[in-house]
Write a protein that binds this ligand. Structure first.
Ligand code: GDP
Length: 394
């Protein structure tokens, strides 16, 4: 090993020398790495859009490429029966010792139902429910083994047959864009020519902008990143919506067996980047942006949910507390006898009269703004002296 001599002539072994100069936190990345590898990773992907656009097929193609072909969970034949409710499939996949628990959430393909209004409702509810569960678990006693089912990404399928977005697409995405990372995809791209794909993409991007739909934004790359990386980043941004092709069959093209679609005039290869953006999409989801999708879910979407939750809980508590306070101090905390045969509005009249009495008795009350809400139950009760100036900022 590497020996050298110190000032007093004694020989030092290099690594002992190092012990003096390094505290050792340089190993932190390794420690983090080892720990997270041991724990494994998880990712939840949702697919949504009109039925028949190839959602199930694409999911199959995305994650069950040859490596996982014997997994029966996402078998195509099983999936042909149409999705009628939200279903969840989990597969544990392993690659070079790294474990990934992948959950696919399949949503009912809308468009089948006679009435499509609010078809996004059940999907939005599902996402909220996962947040709610996490919020409960996180505030509960056993925070160690929380099962995180929050949805990290939603692939939204856009029909290749329409002229850009349909009203339902706009409605759907707007209903979800504050809850989940939406990644739009242009389905069945093999039904379009390259120039049609190009035009459709531009149109859809414009419409997304025009309607104020907030799709998942790829993080901007740092200015000190190398040119190649910047170029890739730009390409990725310009691929939106990813033009995709799915297939459950392996065909032979130029002597190679590939996943593709066989037509009388030729073969469309799913994983050929000259044919579609499938590989780009998969790389984005798996290789480059999985962690960012999770971070945005946690830091933005879940945080929004959590803030709203806490806000409404605080409001409820404050309202309840005020009500108790007001009723107590205005002297109406004794039960108001409900006279049989007297309708509700008359009871209300009684309360109002009582309220007026109290109001007259107390000159210090500042209740001007309360008059505007004569019919509001709470405003029937006179605020306590000095109370009306309090603003609740939650
Ligand atoms: P889902 O209802 O959205 O899940 O759609 P499926 O995955 O069940 O696919 C519906 C039909 O479209 C099937 O017959 C598929 O073979 C076909 N299909 C799926 N993906 C593609 C594609 O990329 N291009 C074309 N042309 N057809 C596709």
């Amino acid at each position: 090993s590497d020996r050298h001599t110190s000032w007093d002539g004694t020989e030092l072994v290099n690594d002992r020398d190092q012990d003096k100069e390094y505290v050792g936190f340089a190993t932190l990345p390794n420690q983090v790495h080892r720990k997270s590898v041991k724990k494994g990773f998880d990712f939840t992907l949702m697919v949504a859009g009109e039925s028949g656009l190839g959602k199930s097929t694409l999911v199959n193609s995305l994650f069950l490429t040859d490596l996982y072909k014997d997994r029966k969970l996402l078998n195509a034949e099983e999936r042909i029966t149409q999705t009628v409710e939200i279903t969840k499939h989990t597969v544990d996949i392993e690659e070079k010792g790294v474990k990934l628990k992948l959950t696919i959430v399949d949503t009912p393909g809308f468009g089948d139902a006679v009435n499509n209004t609010e078809c996004w409702k059940s999907v939005a509810d599902y996402i909220d429910q996962q947040f709610e569960q996490y919020f409960r678990d996180e505030s509960g006693l056993n925070r160690k083994n929380i099962q995180d089912n929050r949805v990290h990404c939603c692939l939204y399928f856009i029909s290749p047959f329409g002229h850009g977005l349909r009203p339902l697409d706009v409605e759907f995405m707007k209903a979800l864009h504050e809850k989940v990372n939406i990644v739009p995809v242009l389905a069945k791209a093999d039904t379009l020519t390259p120039s049609e794909v190009k035009k459709k993409k531009i149109k859809i991007r414009e419409e997304i902008e025009q309607y104020g739909i907030k799709i998942y934004q790829f993080p901007d790359c740092d200015s000190d990143e190398d040119e190649e990386f910047k170029q890739q980043d730009l390409e990725l941004k310009e691929s939106i919506p990813f033009a995709v092709i799915g297939s459950n069959t392996v065909v032979e093209a130029k002597g190679k067996r590939v996943r593709g679609r066989l037509y009388p005039w030729g073969i469309v290869e799913v994983e050929n980047s000259a044919h579609c953006d499938f590989v780009k999409l998969r790389n984005m989801l798996v290789r480059t942006h999985m962690q960012d999708l999770k971070d945005v879910t946690r830091e933005t979407h879940y945080e929004n949910y959590r803030a709203q939750c806490i806000q409404s809980m605080t409001r409820m508590v404050v309202k309840e507390r005020n009500r108790n306070k007001l009723t107590r101090e205005s002297g109406t905390d004794f039960p108001i006898p409900v006279v049989p045969g007297v309708s509700e509005s008359e009871t209300e009249k009684l309360i109002r009269e009582k309220d007026e009495e109290v109001r007259h008795a107390d000159h210090e009350l500042e209740s001007h703004h309360q008059h505007d809400h004569d019919h509001d139950h709470v405003s029937l009760l006179a605020p306590s002296p000095g109370y009306s100036g309090v603003e609740i900022n939650v």
